[in-house]
Design a protein around this ligand. Structure first.
Ligand SMILES: N[C@@H](CCC(=O)N[C@@H](CS)C(=O)NCC(=O)O)C(=O)O
Length: 218
């Protein structure tokens, strides 16, 4: 299976889950701003008309998109593990976490702050909303080690990525410490950062003319 990804994009959550599940993927990088594969071999919207990452190309050439669906697909490859939670109740907590991460944290905050051309008013509103959104996450975690319970799940992978990007936008993560620190210390998260940080710098240099002001300064 091959993952179409961009460094520091939400596809990082998929990388973290693949690592935690022990699923081997090959990775193909996308230049999201240039809308082409980073290897220069093709126009990205031809591969994914949504123009977004992640996209998982399955071995039979079928495709799967949406972080929440892809991480659950990969978690199912490790049925003896508990990446979807250790009980029925936890599984629903995991779904709750994925949904909150995808909508309230990713789209309401991070996407607005990172999107090229998002209006200043929208960014201001996202920044103002951030403390309350992170306080909701903290309340949901409720002092447990991970979002759904005692063990790491796919919901934690989505939050791990979200907190990494939130820090690049200098959002205040106080309400979710020490959850964010616990996630950052996981080997699967540390490995994802180690791989993607140099790729992000190279990607930025390649697309600089298209990006304009760095997203993390907006
Ligand atoms: N609903 C999608 C959102 C994916 C998404 O927003 N990806 C961003 C990177 S984090 C992207 O590809 N942005 C480029 C664009 O929207 O054109 C999912 O959950 O996978």
């Amino acid at each position: 299976m091959e993952l179409y990804f961009a460094p520091y994009a939400c596809s990082m959550a998929v990388r973290i889950v693949a690592d935690a599940a022990g699923v081997e993927l090959t990775y193909r990088e996308v230049d999201l701003y240039a809308r082409r594969f980073a290897d220069g071999e093709g126009d990205y919207p031809t591969a994914n008309p949504r123009g977004q990452v992640p996209l998982l190309l399955l071995d039979d050439r079928d495709t799967l998109v949406e972080v929440s669906a892809i991480v659950q697909y990969l978690a199912a490859k490790k049925p003896e593990g508990d990446l979807m939670g250790a009980s029925d109740r936890e599984r629903y907590k995991v779904l709750e976490g994925l949904s909150f991460a995808a909508t309230e944290v990713h789209k309401r905050l991070l996407f607005v702050l990172g999107a090229q051309g998002s209006p200043t008013e929208a960014r201001t509103y996202a920044r103002q909303s951030a403390p309350a959104v992170f306080a909701h996450v903290a309340r949901a975690v409720d002092g447990r080690p991970f979002y759904a319970g005692e063990s790491f799940t796919v919901a934690d992978a989505y939050f791990a990525w979200a907190f990494i990007v939130a820090r690049t936008f200098r959002l205040d993560l106080t309400p979710v410490e020490p959850y964010a620190e616990r996630l950052a210390a996981l080997p699967s998260v540390a490995r994802a950062l180690e791989i993607e940080t140099p790729l992000a710098h190279a990607s930025w240099r390649r697309q600089r003319g298209l990006i304009g002001e760095a997203p993390w300064l907006r």
